[in-house]
Design a protein around this ligand. Structure first.
Ligand SMILES: [Zn+2]
Length: 226
């Protein structure tokens, strides 16, 4: 990618521009991938290639937050499964703070009062590698209204586990949000589900993967250096 290349996308046409933005930073990759859901695919959306640029990240987050606010979703905290959502959850919380405080001076005592800020919280994997936990002294009030975000939704399994955790902790999940829903409509939640872009990208069980059958080995993109 060209260092000086601009990737500005207009709010008017977010859906097609999300694709263009992904392609422009080579975040939409082809190969043979082992997804975090355990499924194999010949396509991978490496969101972190976009989210490494906070300007891009904030642009996507504002679009998603605007969509959620228009549906009456007004969270007190944004929670995401680590590591995939650690940037996104901050961008989303900032976007909500920005929009909800629009027109007001950002340097008022009220905005520095933590009660008036939308919080950004990450849930991390428990020792069993499956469940999630919220550590590091972060607390949730009983009935606190939160949303769960993840960058790309394949099956929604991680987001669902985070929703379960929040329910156990007494918080109320208002909605789930994602930049890319690549599940082809298969990811279902008990809460309203928002995405900026819906794609139907083929995934395979390992035992039925044609690329594996052709003798190729899948790579786990999150842990690869590519
Ligand atoms: Zn495979």
């Amino acid at each position: 990618m060209n260092a000086g290349q601009a990737h500005h996308i207009s709010d008017a046409n977010v859906a097609t521009s999300v694709e263009a933005l992904f392609k422009s930073v080579d975040a939409w990759q082809t190969g043979h991938f082992l997804l975090s859901s355990g499924l194999h695919s010949d396509q991978y959306m490496q969101c972190q290639r976009i989210l490494q640029y906070p300007v891009h990240g904030m642009h996507l987050a504002r679009a998603l937050a605007t969509k959620m606010l228009a549906a009456g979703i007004k969270p007190k905290a944004v929670v995401g499964p680590a590591l995939g959502a650690v940037h996104l959850e901050v961008f989303m919380a900032l976007a909500f703070n920005e929009i909800l405080n629009a027109g007001e001076s950002p340097i008022t005592a009220e905005h520095h009062n933590s009660e008036h800020q939308v919080r950004a919280i990450f849930a991390e994997r428990a020792e069993n590698g499956q469940d999630f936990v919220i550590r590091r002294g972060i607390e949730l009030a009983q009935g606190e209204e939160v949303i769960v975000v993840e960058d790309v939704t394949t099956t929604g399994g991680s987001a669902k586990r985070v929703v379960d955790l929040l329910t156990q902790m007494g918080a109320k999940t208002l909605a789930v949000g994602t930049i890319i829903d690549r599940s082809g409509g298969k990811a279902k939640f008990d809460q309203p589900f928002f995405s900026l872009e819906e794609l139907n990208l083929k995934t395979y069980e390992a035992s039925a993967c044609p690329m594996c059958q052709a003798g190729s080995q899948p790579i786990k993109p999150g842990s690869s250096k590519k």
